[in-house]
Design a protein around this ligand. Structure first.
Ligand code: ZN
Length: 93
């Protein structure tokens, strides 16, 4: 093996060692970050997120016959604004 070959082999070995070390370090940094995030997270069960609450409210509003029914969870209806399909128009405010 010539000196140039030995130099090339040492350079390749050093580069591979640095790359593997960087990957291992990155893995440990990401694992440590996830562990720290889990440590500060309050224990479950978690309340529904605000985005989920908004999605549920919009779905309820979209499926309700009138705004009053959506706000009162179907307990009351506004006969002036209820859709024609509402079967509870007689139960007014
Ligand atoms: Zn209604």
């Amino acid at each position: 093996m010539s000196l140039a070959d030995a130099y090339a082999l040492a350079t390749l070995t050093g580069t591979l060692t640095l790359a593997v070390g960087w990957c291992i370090g990155r893995y440990h940094r990401r694992t440590a970050a996830a562990t720290a995030e889990r440590a500060v997270r309050p224990p479950g069960p978690h309340p529904t997120a605000v985005a989920d609450e908004l999605a549920l409210a919009l779905a309820a509003l979209a499926t309700s016959c009138c705004l009053t029914a959506a706000v009162t969870a179907g307990a009351e209806h506004d006969p002036a604004h209820c859709t024609a399909h509402c079967t509870r128009k007689d139960q007014t405010l």
